[in-house]
Design a protein around this ligand. Structure first.
Ligand SMILES: CC(=O)N[C@H]1[C@@H](OP(=O)(O)OP(=O)(O)OC[C@H]2O[C@@H](n3ccc(=O)[nH]c3=O)[C@H](O)[C@@H]2O)O[C@H](CO)[C@@H](O)[C@@H]1O
Ligand SMILES: C=C(OP(=O)(O)O)C(=O)O
Length: 417
């Protein structure tokens, strides 16, 4: 079993290039299925979830080539409409292929998606919206058999929660539907805007992405386009936390500072000095960070749930008591037990976690239970005294490209064994 071995206590100084966003790249890859001519995605991170998406596209009949961080998808001969259960279970984003497949093939057969286990992750909002667009969906022994009948038709769709994946599925399915779709209470995450930008370059007519109401005027068909994936705001936050716990001084390259606005004030509250310029973010950490009083995870532009574990790892070493409230997922505190092994003081009561900062963490063997929990353990390990051994790295590899090389480059002592 491979593990990361981290010798903590080394100050991080230097610059780190931030890769493209996993949560943008995956829906963008599914969107390439809609193009009748090839698409090229640049800045596509090299992650296991991207590999899974490429396997799904290939299974559906696309020709996919990868050169560095550029992925070319030729969907002109895609004729398959089924995703095997094994690929569906690999990640949550496999469900976002549904909207694209039915738009392209008129039918689909999929099972239920996997992804990080953060408590129940139903897909009822996706299915309700797609049914409203005219998709006939029948459940059959763990599979969903779907067909469009006489075709998908645009309509008003109000989401009871601004689900990221459901918003993406609706955008994909309705781009080539007949008539207009208006999504109200849509998700506003930057990844939604990136998907709309790409689809519009492919000939779609989507307005309002990034706001709560999105209007999609269906067009008969889409062509391919060339597009660069936006920077990964959660990975950027991970490196900011790594700087914060090591008293470091890091410049993050290729970021989009506006997408980090929900987290920058938290790092400033912790006593870090942040400067942004164009596509760079510079963070200078104090010798010891201060507690962050009240972190409540919320849909964008609120504080992201994906950054909760990472910032909690930082808070374990702060002076004072920090409070976290997880509002998006029912069970997103699996990292807490492992942080306790490193000497953190954290109490969880329902949605609330209270973190009493300690003077130091002590290296120990720990095991990641999900992607951002794994990143939190890396952050904690960088600051802990002695050696931290982290297992469960398949979670980390879903979302972080060459994390140990990037951290070693700025002074961390970390290797994979
Ligand atoms: C690949 C990807 O982009 N993953 C992100 C996406 O996940 P994902 O798209 O799965 O997250 P959603 O926004 O859909 O889920 C948010 C909440 O809505 C609930 N819900 C969602 C859909 C549904 O049909 N029914 C329902 O009840 C979920 O259980 C959860 O409590 O947004 C999450 C919230 O920002 C992030 O943590 C994930 O990293
Ligand atoms: C929860 C995450 O991913 P997924 O939705 O793919 O499980 C994440 O990126 O933190």
């Amino acid at each position: 079993m491979s593990k990361l071995i981290v010798q903590g206590g080394h100050r991080l100084v230097g610059s780190i290039p931030v890769h493209g966003a996993k949560n943008s790249a995956l829906p963008l890859l599914s969107a390439t299925l809609l193009g009748t001519t090839p698409s090229v995605l640049h800045n596509c991170p090299r992650l296991s979830d991207v590999d899974t998406s490429i396997k799904i596209l290939s299974h559906l009949g696309c020709k996919v080539t990868q050169e560095g961080t550029s992925v070319t998808v030729d969907a002109s001969e895609a004729g398959q409409y089924e995703i095997p259960d094994g690929l569906m279970r690999e990640m949550r984003s496999s469900v976002v292929f549904l909207g694209a497949i039915v738009a392209r093939q008129g039918k689909a057969r999929i099972s239920f998606p996997g992804g990080c286990e953060l408590g129940p992750r139903p897909i009822d909002l996706h299915l309700k919206a797609l049914r409203k667009l005219g998709l006939v969906i029948e459940e059959d022994h763990g599979y969903l058999n779907c067909h469009v009948g006489k075709g998908l038709r645009g309509c008003p769709i109000n989401l009871s929660f601004p689900s990221v994946g459901a918003t993406e599925n609706i955008m994909l399915a309705s781009s080539t539907a007949a008539g207009t779709t208006i999504i109200t209470n849509a998700a506003r995450e930057p990844e939604i805007c990136d998907l709309a930008d790409f689809l519009n370059q492919c000939g779609a007519r989507i307005r309002g992405a990034g706001e709560s109401t999105i209007r999609i005027d269906g067009v008969p068909k889409l062509h391919g386009a060339e597009h660069a994936v936006i920077a990964d705001r959660i990975t950027a936050t991970t490196y900011m936390a790594a700087a914060a716990v090591t008293g470091g001084d890091l410049t993050l390259e290729n970021v989009i500072p506006a997408h980090l606005e929900p987290v920058i004030p938290v790092f400033e509250e912790a006593g870090c000095h942040i400067q942004v310029k164009d596509r760079q973010l510079h963070i200078a950490a104090p010798e010891r960070i201060k507690a962050v009083k009240n972190i409540r995870t919320l849909p964008y532009p609120g504080f992201p749930t994906d950054s909760q574990a990472i910032v909690m790892a930082m808070a374990t070493l702060a002076e004072g008591t920090s409070v976290f409230v997880e509002n998006i997922f029912e069970s997103r505190y699996k990292h807490v037990g492992e942080l306790l092994r490193l000497g953190a003081h954290i109490k969880v009561e329902g949605k609330v976690a209270i973190v009493e900062g300690v003077d130091h963490l002590s290296g120990a063997p720990v095991e990641a239970a999900d992607l951002r929990g794994a990143a939190a353990l890396v952050v904690a390990g960088l600051a802990a005294q002695g050696t931290t051994q982290i297992t469960g790295l398949h979670h980390l590899d879903r979302g972080y490209e060459m994390i140990e090389q990037r951290l070693s480059g700025v002074g961390a002592v970390i290797k994979r064994d």
